[in-house]
Write a protein of this length. Structure first.
Length: 270
């Protein structure tokens, strides 16, 4: 579920002073509606440039994602905006990044953004996994797959795993990706698999979504039984997240993951 947002002005004065010591005094503020995991998300337009700031209370159960993003940032400068600072002050955990220009990726069938996203996932797949304490894919999915199937998800590749199109910004001829809080170590084909679910939610048929994934080299290393196990695990995961009354954001992902799981199961039965 999304976290309730508050305006930048409602942050404690000491927090705002710490931010502005880095960015300069804002000439204007631009609230950012995208994203679900921040209590404050804003672009600060200053004489020094434009910055993106996100914040969570230090007692929030997801505050660890702020630390993870800060740890990951030095290793993803080629695909993500630069991190200027992490600030922990007055009960708030704050990250200050360069702001990206461009638009959120459009995943719909026929979108001109799709090749840029495909190229982005290829670049992420070529990035060596840093030696930091990342979660492992098989651990994250252990509640949704059998112990035998979890072996398919294990590996040492560096993964983003949150392929929500709001996390991917397309500008001119290149895509960048934000929100690395769920960075994970696992099988190299998993980011492409996570993308498949979002493509189906955007209107692709399962076979069409898989065709896009096929153009990513790491996907072509995936065992077919492993892809089927992943599709089934994702359907179980999204069903659990949505519960009895899924919201407007979750419902399309439940339908997409269920459709993909059915497609994979029927394919396996042939």
């Amino acid at each position: 579920m999304p976290i309730s947002r508050i305006p930048y002005a409602e942050l404690p004065e000491s927090v705002r002073h710490a931010v502005e010591a880095i960015t300069g005094r804002p000439e204007s503020l631009e609230a950012v509606s995208e994203g679900l995991n921040s209590a404050v998300a804003v672009k600060l337009h200053t004489t020094q440039g434009t910055y993106f700031m996100k914040a969570l209370r230090t007692d929030h159960r997801w505050v660890w994602t702020q630390e993870r993003e800060a740890e990951v940032a030095p290793y993803v400068r080629h695909v993500a905006p630069a991190l200027h600072a992490r600030i922990v002050e007055a009960g708030w955990d704050v990250l200050v990044f360069d702001a990206l220009t461009g638009h959120r990726a459009d995943y719909a069938p026929g979108s001109p953004d799709l090749p840029y996203v495909m190229n982005l996932l290829t670049r992420i797949g070529q990035t060596e996994c840093p030696d930091i304490p990342l979660r492992r894919a098989e651990q994250r999915l252990e509640s949704y797959a059998s112990a035998e199937d979890l072996n398919f998800f294990a590996g040492n590749a560096f993964l983003h795993t949150d392929l929500n199109n709001a996390n991917i910004i397309v500008d001119e001829n290149q895509a960048s990706i934000v929100d690395w809080g769920w960075a994970t170590r696992g099988a190299p084909w998993l980011d492409a698999a996570y993308w498949v679910v979002w493509l189906i939610a955007a209107g692709h048929a399962p076979h069409s979504a898989e065709q896009w994934a096929t153009q990513i080299a790491a996907w072509r290393t995936a065992p077919q039984d492993g892809v089927t196990a992943f599709a089934r695990a994702n359907a179980r995961m999204w069903s659990e997240i949505g519960g009895a009354n899924p919201d407007d954001w979750t419902a399309p992902l439940i339908m997409a993951s269920t459709a993909w799981s059915a497609f994979r199961t029927n394919k396996s039965d042939l």
